[in-house]
Design a protein around this ligand. Sequence first.
Ligand SMILES: Nc1ncnc2c1ncn2[C@@H]1O[C@H](COP(=O)(O)OP(=O)(O)OP(=O)(O)O)[C@@H](O)[C@H]1O
Ligand SMILES: [Zn+2]
Ligand SMILES: [Zn+2]
Length: 802
Amino acid sequence: MNIAKVVVDVPASQTNRVFDYNIPDKFTDIVHCGMRVIVPFGPRKVMGFVLEITDHSSFDKLKSIDDLLDVTPVLNKELLELGKWLSNHTLSFYISAFQAMLPQVLKAKYKKEFQRKNGAQLPKELETIFAGRDFVSSDEFIERDGNYRLLQRMIEDDQIDVLYHVHSRETIKKETILGLAKEPRVYAEKIETLPKQATKQREILAYLLDQGGDVSQKRLIKDLKTTRATIKTLIDQGLVKETKKEVYRNPYKEENYKRTTPLGLTEEQTEVIKPIWTSIDQNEHEVFLLHGVTGSGKTEVYLQAIQKVLAHQKGAIVLVPEISLTPQMVKRFKGRFGSDVAVLHSALSPGEKYDEWRKIQRQQVKVVVGARSAIFAPLKNIGIIIIDEEHETSYKQEEHPRYHTKDVAIHRGEVHKCPVVLGSATPTLESYARAQKNVYRLLSLPHRVNNQAMPEVKIVDMRDELHAGNRTMFSRTLKEAIEERIKRKEQIVLFLNRRGYSTFVMCRDCGYVLECPHCDIALTYHRKQEKLKCHYCSYEEKMPSACPSCQSETIRYFGTGTQKVEEAIQELIPTARVIRMDVDTTRKKGSHEKLLNQYGNHEADILLGTQMIAKGLDFANVTLVGVLAADSMLHLPDFRSSEKTFQLLTQVSGRAGRAELPGEVVVQTYTPEHYSIQLASKHDYDTFFQKEMSMRKKFQYPPYYFLTLITVSHPNQVKCQEVIRTISQLLMKHLAKETKILGPTPSPVTRIKDRYRYQCMVKYKNEPKQREILNKILVVFESDIQKNDLLIQIDLQPYQLM
Ligand SMILES: Nc1ncnc2c1ncn2[C@@H]1O[C@H](COP(=O)(O)OP(=O)(O)OP(=O)(O)O)[C@@H](O)[C@H]1O
Ligand SMILES: [Zn+2]
Ligand SMILES: [Zn+2]
């Protein structure tokens, strides 16, 4: 067993396979599958993952492994298999798939250096760069525009060497631990002989004797109000010894969370948890879709399902969208399961994330709560995987490997023979359609806990406000409702949807929005050319000066920011106390939590914010939710815009009236008749589902059809157009006759950082050979990709269509 099969960190299709390496004697029995190694590859040294260890190779001259990056494997067998599956599933390289599963600090960086060998005399051009030195970093070489051809010749002539340093950013935090250096009994005498004025030193010794063991220096300094200098004198006298101990950075201190006990489940909760418990008990994989209205107690169902899993000595993964991984959410899990919980959150520092990851890796925790990438948590014995708010698009990773978390979860669920629970008040059409076909098992919580009523929703037509002479951003209804709540000392959530602003053009007079006659999506405004364009089919028209529907001249594109809204409130209702939550006010670490705490303590009447306040918040005193512009997302150039609008309105409305006090919602819109606004206001998911499904069927979108989005980008526009044309021709030729290929067309954002972008979209029902064909296309363009700066992105199941 002295041969390792290694996937190398060279993302290209020729290298997307395993290479055989010799395991040198010194590493025999030390190298294991799932470890990262340094291997020679051509003239370079690269990192690689060991996938397999065997005793035979079909090649006879093998190079040897140079070095090991890990002492223990960073990927276990299951994750190695998962990586292979992921790479195949998303059409990405093995190496990208493996890297995606690791915490950031384990992603090694390389530093390249050129070394002059044995004082060699270099050509003048290079000598000016080396300037008498023996080493020059590759960065400096590039910066000073060094001649690569010359460099290459010198390397071939053995005058210059290329060195690779691999830097792992992994950092382990150490803590200083103090203890007694001698037998305890000798201290009585020692304390006597210390100088009289050394009271602090005496105190320290007494403290250590009292603790009878090792104490963290930090704690001792705090408890005794002493200094490091005093401790140092004792160490120097050989009375105290210090050691370094590896510790975890723990951003979520357990003692900060009050322990909670399971609540008595309601009848509905009891009904839905039964089949989940059965699946856990019987070790059977099944996918459940938990459709529960806002405030129906889904989280309590998750908690008690996990409790069952823990009783079986297994672990759980709970995924929540980044944006709703709020302190409140963490509190609920830490409160129930204490130090058994690891939290993986993007707001943690890389070091903190690494520590949480190591706790999981060492199986020291049982429950992992985290955002998207937590689906790769290295838990060995998974008993349940839960995806909360399963409709959230952030579950789709928008860079290599372009995976959807749901697919990964279901795959791992199959491997571990455990249930996967997808929870939402507004499931995606895809999931609900699957539940209707019994691919998933549907579980419903149609009522709020304790049967509180769903909040009453009032739709306000903003066109009427304009006609009545109200030009502010607050309707009369909303203004009165706010004032009333402030008087009653109740609280208000004001939601401003920032997504989709200033892309579409709307008539303020009649609410008319310009749409593509072929694609049923809003046209996007291009300011420079004064044109409106469709980003699916390239249809375009001139920006009109008057509304095509009512001739009014108030037609323009749409937009405002939270800061402006805050000013407007202050002007309109000067007594209102407002907390504004947006990217600006939450940039600093911990500010998110602080603002929510202030709001929870009723230090403000109004919580004003964007997407980040739409979900997950559970404040009993909130009785009014105002939605300032319900339409803004409705007109995004995206076939899911109605669905997203329905989901968002339902989520925000769900923040009102969650406890005893009844809730009310005011939705301001220019298109009150739109079905997603009407049905969200009636909390009518079922009708929305029927209606939206019929639209999807008519326009041939998912879940009736599958989509693949192919985007090509290159600095040269002509090159870009050529490539995308060739790709769509190849697809046309090789894919099924019934399959449609839309485009090629410029991408919605046509140029990013001086690179042109063109796309085409494949719409299909069944294409078993698609992956194979796409892979072949990538090979056709391989040399352009490697050498000519061409980028081809393939997104199977795209969510981001911009
Ligand atoms: N069985 C129960 N008995 C009493 N209170 C409960 C019970 N289950 C849940 N609750 C409480 O009801 C409130 C709403 O529950 P929870 O937040 O779990 O709902 P949810 O369905 O996750 O809501 P959302 O989708 O809106 O976030 C919470 O304050 C929770 O503590
Ligand atoms: Zn169109
Ligand atoms: Zn009009």
